[in-house]
Design a binder for this molecule. Structure first.
Ligand code: SF4
Length: 718
């Protein structure tokens, strides 16, 4: 299997802070904020040459979007995608010309800011030596001392009147204490009202008890009186009446009693509250103080006086210590740093050169020459193919062409030869020129090597192509290197084209045939053969094939243009299991034969495990774990990875050991704060909601985004 091959660590694609947000329509006409679906939210990833990187995650986690953004089918929202298939100089994209042109302007700005810094520093130095300034500083110091003394006096007044706490400058705590005090006052009022109510209720209770007794006694007396002459029926009737009267009286007593108890409960609650406020104030103050409106107004006035003096002290200190000037210098330094970093990204340390005009000119000429050489080479290939075809016609001639036609052919060949000679001559000249220019560039670079920032800036120079900065045409040319295999083999093939036409489309679009001089049909047959398609299928239409064969056509179409990198977006998900294994084996064989690099996107963990060298696990637009596939399966470090792996079906006997995740994947319009997985994570705690876990290398080659990844091992199936 392909996995046994030795992998290099040479990067082919580097993704830095990649974000892809899809804007949503406004739900209200005057809605200010436009909501976005955060399909990819800060992805950092390096794909190495010759590896298969598997991307796995639930539906909607942003895997396919990542693949499409990589191929620039969707524009980036922010971040960078660097492709190392070509060097910056070889491909010489438009933005490189732009960067070289802006080098002079950047250098001018750099000088302007540096001069401004020098001017400020010179002004500070001259002021320091100026007697008038020194006099002013002295006066300021005296004023500062006086103001500080006044501040101390105010603080001491406050301390003696309101306690040490109120002498402090912690206005927030003071305000809190004042607020608590007001609440205590309100509580006291409430308690007084409730106590009044309670007294009234107790009186009611007494009354009710009395009524009950009087009534009962009266009833008993009446009963005794009537009993002497009454018959049995009357006695029973009187007893019944007595019982009702007693129950009514009893009921009233109980109701009042409940009311009293409830009021008591309320009083207790308010008293508890008051105790809490008092305790809080006690913790703020050294000793509790009775505040009232008058005292608070006095306190605020004193504090205001303190504040005005402190402000003035700061002004004077700023003047004496050049605070504003120093802040200005720091701002300018930041601007310089930004400028230098931007320039260094493309041209290394050249922004430091004193002869910026000269070096910009040399760099520009060199890139221009390299660009022309490339263009000429492409034209030479086209002309040679043209010439070859005419020569073939003459060679294959069996007397069908007249002498006149043969002369025309000859004339064309001569013209082509002439053009070729010119182009070769121009390229030779330009090659000589670039050699010379490269030498000049090297020398200019060597001159800068003593500069303290040289190493740092040279290290920042990016050698690959920034895909998001390429023009449409540049990206179109580069697509020959980067292909896509689609998920659905049914809808991804044009039903009106034959297999030959489908595979040949890319060859025509990228002029592969003319570049290689091979016959168009031979190339199609060759690639069909590689993908296990018989030659007789060339003129058939997609509907005449099974799902597996159609996917082979899709693979052949991607492979026809000799790509370096292929995104396989759920390439086997629509196929049944036996066909899946055939296609996976085919992809592995092709990868080894053609030295391809795959980004294999799938939600099927067993497929990913089988084909990938490394695996990236995605959740809600972010990669949460990345590492060697064997390692990830053996010892997952992220709780989400562990849950996913536990869900892989096995043929083992006995009950399935699985970690179940609660709930659904959250919305990526309003993702959870902190760690996006926290709403479903069995290990989640308070910190997970407050801090976004950093995606960091925790072991060599092993990256994870979890605060508590060491505890993942403790997770057990439920
Ligand atoms: S950071 Fe917290 S919520 Fe996120 S995966 Fe780790 S433990 Fe779970």
């Amino acid at each position: 299997m392909g996995k046994s091959k030795v992998l290099t660590n040479e990067p082919l694609i580097k993704i830095v802070g990649m974000k892809k947000y899809f804007p949503l329509k406004k739900t209200r006409l005057f809605q200010r904020e436009i909501l976005t679906v955060k399909a990819n939210d800060g992805v950092d990833l390096v794909i190495h040459k010759g590896e298969t990187l598997g991307l796995v995650g639930e539906s909607g986690c942003g895997k396919s979007t990542l693949g499409r953004v990589l191929l620039q089918l969707y524009p980036l929202t922010s971040g960078k995608i660097i492709y190392y298939g070509y060097t910056l100089e070889d491909y010489s994209p438009r933005y490189l010309f732009k960067e070289i042109n802006s080098l002079k302007a950047s250098r001018l700005k750099y000088e302007k800011y540096s001069k401004q810094i020098q001017a400020i520093e010179a002004k500070m130095a001259s002021q320091k030596n100026n007697p008038a300034f020194q006099e002013q500083v002295k006066n300021n110091e005296q004023e500062i001392a006086k103001l500080k003394a006044e501040c101390n006096q105010i603080a001491s007044d406050c301390r003696s009147q309101f306690g040490t706490f109120f002498a402090s400058n912690n206005m927030r705590a003071i305000k809190q204490a004042i607020k608590m005090d007001a609440l205590i006052y309100k509580n006291k009022e409430k308690v007084a009202q409730l106590e009044l109510k309670q007294v009234k209720l107790e009186q009611d209770l007494e009354k009710a008890k009395k009524i009950k007794n009087v009534k009962a006694e009266a009833d008993v007396a009446a009963l005794k009186k009537q009993l002497e002459n009454a018959d049995l029926n009357l006695i029973a009737d009187l007893n019944k009446k007595l019982s009702i009267a007693e129950r009514k009286a009893q009921h009233h007593v109980i109701a009042v009693d409940i009311d009293i108890r409830e009021t008591q409960k309320k009083i207790n609650l308010i008293n508890d509250d008051t105790q809490r406020f008092i305790a809080r104030i006690k913790s703020l103050l050294e000793k509790p103080i009775e505040l009232n409106t008058e005292i608070v107004a006095k306190l605020v006035e004193r504090k205001q006086q303190h504040f005005v003096r402190e402000k003035r002290i700061k002004q004077l200190q700023d003047f004496n210590l050049f605070t504003k000037e120093k802040a200005m210098i720091s701002r300018l330094n930041k601007k310089i740093e930004k400028l230098i970093n931007k320039a260094a990204n493309v041209t290394g340390a050249f922004i430091l050169s004193d002869d910026i005009a000269g070096i910009s000119d040399t760099l520009f000429k060199n890139i221009d020459a390299l660009h022309t050489i490339q263009m000429n080479k492409e034209e030479i290939t086209l002309l040679e193919v043209k010439k070859f075809k005419i020569e073939q016609k003459i060679a294959d001639d069996k007397g069908t062409y007249t002498d006149f036609q043969k002369d025309v052919f000859q004339e064309r060949i001569e013209k082509i030869n002439q053009k070729l000679a010119n182009l070769h001559a121009e390229n030779e000249q330009l090659t000589e020129k670039t050699k010379q220019l490269t030498q000049e560039i090297k020398e200019a670079n060597a001159k800068l090597s003593d500069h303290p920032m040289y190493e740092e800036l040279e290290a920042k120079k990016e050698k690959g192509l920034d895909l998001s900065r390429l023009t449409g045409e540049e990206m179109r040319r580069l697509r020959q290197d980067m292909q896509l295999i689609f998920q659905d083999p049914y809808s991804s093939l044009n039903p009106r084209l034959t297999v030959g036409q489908i595979i040949g489309e890319g060859l025509k679009a990228h002029d592969v045939e003319s570049k290689t001089k091979d016959n168009y049909q031979d190339m199609i047959l060759k690639v069909m053969d590689k993908c296990g398609l018989a030659p007789y299928m060339l003129h058939r239409y997609p509907h005449q094939f099974s799902g597996g064969q159609r996917q082979r056509i899709g693979i052949a179409r991607a492979l026809a243009v000799n790509p370096k990198f292929i995104v396989c977006d759920e390439a086997v998900s629509a196929l049944d299991v036996s066909i899946q294994s055939q296609i996976i084996n085919l992809l592995e064989d092709l990868r080894d034969q053609e030295n391809l690099t795959y980004l294999f996107i799938s939600h099927d963990l067993s497929v990913i495990k089988h084909i990938s060298d490394r695996i990236g696990v995605m959740y809600l637009g972010q990669i949460v774990e990345l590492g060697n596939s064997e390692e990830i399966y053996r010892r997952p470090l992220h709780p989400y990875t562990k849950a996913l792996i536990s869900a892989i079906p096995t043929t083992d006997q006995g009950p399935k050991q699985r970690i179940f995740l609660e709930g659904d994947i959250p919305s990526n319009v309003f993702p959870p704060s902190g760690c996006k997985f926290r709403t479903r994570c069995p290990l989640a705690r308070k910190e997970c909601a407050q801090r976004v876990p950093e995606f960091r290398e925790v072991e060599p080659g092993r990256f994870v985004a979890c605060h508590f990844y060491e505890e993942t091992e403790t997770l057990r199936p439920s």
